[in-house]
Design a protein around this ligand. Structure first.
Ligand SMILES: NC(=O)c1ccc[n+]([C@@H]2O[C@H](COP(=O)([O-])OP(=O)(O)OC[C@H]3O[C@@H](n4cnc5c(N)ncnc54)[C@H](O)[C@@H]3O)[C@@H](O)[C@H]2O)c1
Length: 271
């Protein structure tokens, strides 16, 4: 279904770890739609994951960057503009990690050093990336910058732990920076709130399988897949959404607007 929506556009894709990653699907879909891209991830993830395979499929260079390091981000934007011969049209921030979740700390017994680290990786990194790009004037007019988020920013999902605050902060950055970038040179900044998706980061949340099935049963269309999320990202990178900015956009098969579904009622009535 590639329609060359990104023909002539140049992008940077953060966060492809393995072929389950949402960023992996976005990279493939962007290239299928005519874009040229650079792939990036934290140096340790480049050693652990399988990004080389994606790079060869996308004919893309990999430029390592820890998204919490301003120095790495400056190098990334500089090297990407050289590699792609010009300014950047779109960026995907597909990064999330909570040390408290990894170490199974309950929300009522958080370690605050872990909390600060997770906030830096999952949310402040988005501000850092935007600020570096802004100061370097690295994004073309009507460029589009997206980050991925989850509805736990608005509603409580107990096992999502401190990632809920990280996502609230991330979504707020999209609104605040979106204002300044819109004024500066019409660059759009948005977040996409995606359904639960079977990936390395997703399945790190305890009880993820039940979480996934619950969302699937509530959503009238079922959970949105990572392939469909990638297609939605392409539409937001394209010129068909030039005036969409500072939004948190739900890509969730209707989950966010549904109170209860017949499927859930049927399950509860059988008990
Ligand atoms: N999987 C889900 O259920 C789901 C649902 C909604 C939103 N999201 C969001 O989608 C995004 C992508 O996650 P995913 O599910 O594809 O999982 P994933 O584990 O494949 O991707 C997470 C990525 O973050 C990268 N990362 C971690 N620390 C980093 C750092 N310091 N610098 C640079 N990169 C770093 C990892 O290397 C990895 O590539 C995340 O923001 C996640 O919260 C996921």
């Amino acid at each position: 279904m590639a329609n060359n929506l990104l023909k002539g556009k140049k992008g940077i894709v953060f966060g492809a770890l393995d072929n389950k990653s949402i960023a992996w699907k976005v990279a493939l879909e962007a290239v299928a739609n005519g874009a040229e891209i650079v792939l990036t991830n934290a140096p340790i993830a480049l050693r652990m994951g399988s990004i080389n395979e994606l790079a060869s499929q996308c004919n893309a260079k990999i430029i390592p960057a820890d998204a919490t390091s301003l120095k790495d981000l400056e190098h990334l934007f500089d090297a990407s503009m050289q590699e792609l011969n010009g300014k950047i049209d779109f960026v995907l921030h597909s990064i999330g990690m909570s040390v408290n979740v990894r170490k199974k700390r309950p929300y009522t017994d958080l370690n605050y050093d872990f909390l600060i680290k997770g906030l830096d990786v999952s949310a402040v990194s988005f501000h850092k990336m935007l600020q570096v790009a802004f100061k370097m004037d690295a994004i073309n007019d009507f460029g589009s910058i997206l980050a991925l988020t989850y509805i736990a920013a608005q509603r409580t999902f107990p096992d999502y732990n401190d990632m809920a605050e990280n996502k609230s902060y991330l979504e707020s950055i999209a609104r605040s920076f979106g204002y300044h970038y819109g004024k500066h040179n019409n660059v759009r900044v948005n977040t996409i709130s995606q359904s639960p998706t079977m990936t390395t980061a997703g399945s790190g949340v305890s009880g993820f399988d039940a979480f996934f099935e619950y969302a699937n049963s509530i959503s009238p269309m079922g959970n949105a897949s990572s392939e469909d999320c990638a297609k939605y990202c392409i539409s937001l990178f394209s010129d068909y959404t030039k005036m969409v900015t500072m939004q948190n956009l739900f890509h969730d098969g209707g989950f966010s607007s549904t109170g209860v579904s017949q499927d859930i009622i049927d399950i509860l009535q059988k008990k």
